[in-house]
Design a binder for this molecule. Structure first.
Ligand code: INI
Length: 178
């Protein structure tokens, strides 16, 4: 059996972060702990770009745009949707989660769902706190793990001939034509 896992080695990797401004006191904490998490794993400040959007509903389009730009190994989405007295919460959560997942599948770039969806402000504050739940730092770790995992499962092993020498794909094709 072969077991494939990602790693926490992030030096040289580039990340885009999309952070909602809505519920600013919570999302600013998510953002700072996400940035700290990336730095802790060796990501240079110059390799991170942060884009602020109005609310969680706006995250998917911007995340997809960043993923398609080719500038980033992964995109991290941060937001906080807190239930109010109307069904607004359900619409925003549904669109944010569906849109982020769809953007990842369509682009092939890992896009992390670091959007809190909570019943109360207190729950959101607790989850953004770097010493309790630390969801921002967790999003950074997940992004690194997904980039390194995808690299491991998509990298082709070079084909070798009988003498153990690597064959280029053109030479392999010619041999099989013969
Ligand atoms: N956006 C959030 O990120 N969190 C919320 O809790 C929220 N609530 O509750 O309304 C919210 N609304 C704004 C929404 O994301 C859009 O910015 C807005 O609808 C304009 O498209």
């Amino acid at each position: 059996m072969k077991l494939r896992k990602g790693s926490d080695k992030a030096a040289g990797l580039k990340f885009g972060i999309v952070a909602a401004k809505f519920n600013q006191s919570v999302t600013s904490k998510l953002l700072s702990s996400c940035l700290a998490g990336l730095a802790r794993h060796g990501v240079r400040g110059g390799h991170v770009e942060v884009v602020r959007v109005p609310g969680a509903f706006e995250i998917p389009l911007v995340a997809k745009t960043l993923a398609e730009s080719g500038r980033f190994d992964a995109v991290i989405c941060l937001g906080a949707v807190i239930r109010g007295d109307t069904p607004h919460f359900d619409y925003i959560c549904a669109e944010a989660s569906r849109g982020i997942g769809q953007a990842a599948l369509e682009t092939g770039v890992p896009i992390v769902f670091g959007v809190l969806t909570t019943e109360t402000v207190a729950q959101a504050v607790e989850r953004a706190n770097p010493v309790t739940f630390n969801r921002g730092g967790e999003a950074a770790k997940v992004a690194i793990e997904m980039v390194t995992l995808l690299r491991r499962i998509t990298t082709k092993k070079p084909q070798v001939n009988g003498a153990g020498l690597a064959l280029s794909s053109r030479r392999v094709a010619r041999r099989s034509d013969a």
